[in-house]
Design a protein around this ligand. Structure first.
Ligand code: COA
Length: 265
């Protein structure tokens, strides 16, 4: 049951990169549940098909488009197909991201580059390809960032560098594209339950309790918490927000890197 008014995004078109799983799939589902036509994009056909089937099973007008965000031409082709099927894009969610835990000395040049390419170049590609295909004025771009953008974590040099890049891209595009009626914001989710990352970091109840005890709000977030922030920012209620980095993290950023260092250090 959504906290937002039914039909809030009726007739709107939403495009989500990396939309076949995790937080991004939930974002697609929540916008779809509010009436949006939803296009999701991913690399792997089986995962994409399963995600589209899940969304359709919930009565959502959902389409899937294969593309690697690192390939600009493929992004343009995917978005052309999405626009043809569902109309100009009202909301673009750039969620595709790469991550693996490794110390800087355990990372090859190519490993570092893979994450930078997916996160920074991929976000630029999606935004750049979307610009001509957005329903302007009034369109909204949401880039999924992370606390690593401003807080250094062990084993995350590549992700820290990449997400810092994503946040500066958000601010630069918000500056340049505001006059065209395009708002651009970053969303920074903290520890979110039932995600690949948190399952990996806290595989048992003892580790989960340890993390929760350190968090100001004493609980993990839910994927809905993140999706609800996206809906707020993309809706009329968020119409004066642009260029912001919006945390949905239970206060995790307030305790710096202490929690992650305890888990990963
Ligand atoms: N430790 C060190 N290096 C790693 C690694 C790990 N756990 N996983 C991948 N790499 C390195 C590879 O060794 C390779 O470098 P090399 O060519 O020098 O050997 C490089 O990363 C690229 O790997 P490859 O598998 O060819 O690239 P990819 O394009 O498929 O991207 C990932 C790899 C790991 C970045 C990507 O598959 C990914 O992010 N997967 C997880 C998705 C995820 O968790 N998303 C949620 C984000 S919070």
């Amino acid at each position: 049951m959504s906290v937002f008014k039914a039909g809030l995004f009726q007739g709107k078109s939403v495009f989500v990169t990396g939309g076949s799983s995790g937080i991004n799939l939930k974002i697609a589902e929540v916008f779809g549940g509010l009436g949006a036509k939803v296009s999701i994009n991913a690399r792997k056909p089986e995962k994409l098909e399963a995600a589209v089937a899940l969304l359709k099973g919930k009565g959502i007008d959902a389409r899937g488009f294969i593309a690697d965000v690192r390939d600009f031409a493929a992004m343009e082709t995917a978005m052309d197909a999405a626009v043809k099927a569902q109309g100009p894009i009202d909301v673009l969610v750039c969620g595709a991201a790469g991550n693996f835990p490794a110390p800087a000395l355990g990372m090859s040049s190519n490993g570092f580059k893979a994450v930078l390419d997916i996160d920074v170049l991929g976000t630029f590609h999606a935004c750049r390809a979307a610009f001509e295909r957005l329903n302007k004025p009034g369109a909204c771009i949401l880039n999924i960032s992370a606390p690593q953008a401003s807080i250094p974590y062990p084993m995350q040099a590549h992700v820290c560098a990449a997400k810092a890049g994503v946040d500066m891209l958000t601010k630069s595009l918000a500056l340049e594209w505001g006059p065209a009626g395009v708002r651009v914001n970053s969303i920074s989710p903290g520890p979110i339950a039932e995600t690949e990352g948190m399952e990996r970091l806290t595989p048992d109840e003892a580790s989960r309790q340890k993390v929760k005890a350190m968090l100001p709000l004493q609980r993990f977030g839910t994927k809905d918490d993140v999706a609800n922030l996206c809906v707020f920012l993309a809706s009329e209620a968020g119409s004066y927000c642009t260029g912001g980095i919006h945390s949905v993290d239970g206060g995790m950023a307030l305790i710096g890197g202490a929690m992650m260092s305890a888990l990963m250090g």
